[in-house]
Write a protein that binds this ligand. Sequence first.
Ligand code: FAD
Ligand code: MLT
Ligand code: ZN
Length: 480
Amino acid sequence: KRDSRFGELTKEHIDFFKQTLVDDNAIIDGVTKDASNDLEPFNRDWMKKFRGRTKVVLKPKNVDEVSKILKYCNDNMLAVVPQGGNSGLVGGSVPVFDEVVINLTRMNKIRSFDEVSGILVVDAGVIMENADNFLKEHGHVYPLDLGAKGSAQVGGNVAANAGGLRFLRYGSLHGNVLGIEAVLPDGTIMDDLSKLRKNNTGYDLKQLFIGAEGTIGIITGVSIVCPQQSKAVNVAYFGLESYEKVQQAFKEAKRQLGEVLSAFELMDAESQKFVHKKTEKKRPLEGDYPFYCLIETSGSNGEHDNEKLEKFLEHVMGEEIVADGVVAQDDTQIADLWAWREGITEAIGHVGGTYKYDLSIPLKDLYQLVEDTRARLESKGLIGDDKPARGVVGFGHMGDGNIHLNIPVPKYVKEVEEALEPWVYEWIQKKNGSISAEHGLGVAKKNFIQYSRNETMVKLMKQIKQLYDPKGIMMPYKYV
Ligand code: FAD
Ligand code: MLT
Ligand code: ZN
């Protein structure tokens, strides 16, 4: 239900926004005129599962503008949703009712880069692929990679604490982000845009913004340490006969490839079938296997890395840990193999919608959940070509203990949802896992936080929210 404490937008509010954001195209105004078509992409989430009905989108171009409009919203009790590339997968980036959308797209400047330290400072609205391309010109890479890199923004990455495909190698944004500039709901500019690797002067408050999903303020600038671009990158794609073998392969990859291993991704047979159906590309391997893994190595010495990889391959094939495999010979083949992993989300999306669960589970039980879910939906007669659910797909960041359980459906329907929730969350709680490994809670998971966090933790979160956002204007219908 819409919270009646929040004001409804009027012409007077729009006049203020127009005076404050003077550029053309800085406002989509659906209050004084009909702008439903223009507003639609900002109201609808990537999965087409959540839809808000905002009447205004504001696109500030610098931190002062963000400060002025946020203060005004706070003074006038207007609810706010910060929005980056709107690629989030938990419905956090779109309004629930008529919240004001503050979209960071026009804050897209690279502020500075230091080639010696590798520290990049950017506006929050810089698209991650643009950051990565800029960094590559300077021999570096952005420490995060994910399928939505062409639209997701640095600020959105930080707000969501996104994990992605390079996490295994470069770690969490909690380590890589060195500084944040943010605007608090009352308009205060929090300038903590440090470029220091080490800084133990009191609480590290910027950490609160990493993964806060826009609930305590708007990130406007980010300072982030970026690694050197690796000279030698190799990618291999394997077929394996069991999850037991997948675990053995992971153990061997860590043992033998150690310092050059940069990704270890898991894809089940069903995930690859969906990609095949969508792309109609030739499969990388001849045979069918229940599991596939993609391994990437990144190092500074090609010869040395090749030698290591060859030895590793000899070992895992000789010991029959891996049933069949292929190694990319050039950059095109590297991209082609990655497409079998990165293309899963989009391929499944073609069915219509997806029930998506993004979970951390101790490695030994990681795939069990997918099997249990398949058995559960089958026993209820819910899976099949003419049934409400079109399959149960498991894939994810094996190297990080993070699996994505996806149930593609032509339409979101109650009976599938009721079979899955809260059953999946109860399953996770029993294993002491996390109901959100990397996508966050947003609106999709907000009622399930207690399956991964105890009462004390939730209470502390609420106290922090109250401190930063006493009037509760930021993301009012989302997770805190
Ligand atoms: P949005 O979707 O716009 O917003 C995400 C959240 O952050 C929302 O709650 C929003 O309110 C808030 N927010 C956005 N910008 C700001 C800001 N400047 N200040 C404060 N709050 C803000 N995620 C992963 O972790 N790993 C993956 O591998 C991965 N792969 C993906 C693949 C695909 C094909 C897609 C569509 C999504 C994927 N995601 C993944 C999900 C998503 O988290 C990332 O795409 C990305 O980090 C979101 O960035 P964005 O700019 O689109 O943010
Ligand atoms: C991925 O790992 O591909 C992303 O997290 C997207 C998804 O889960 O669909
Ligand atoms: Zn992921």
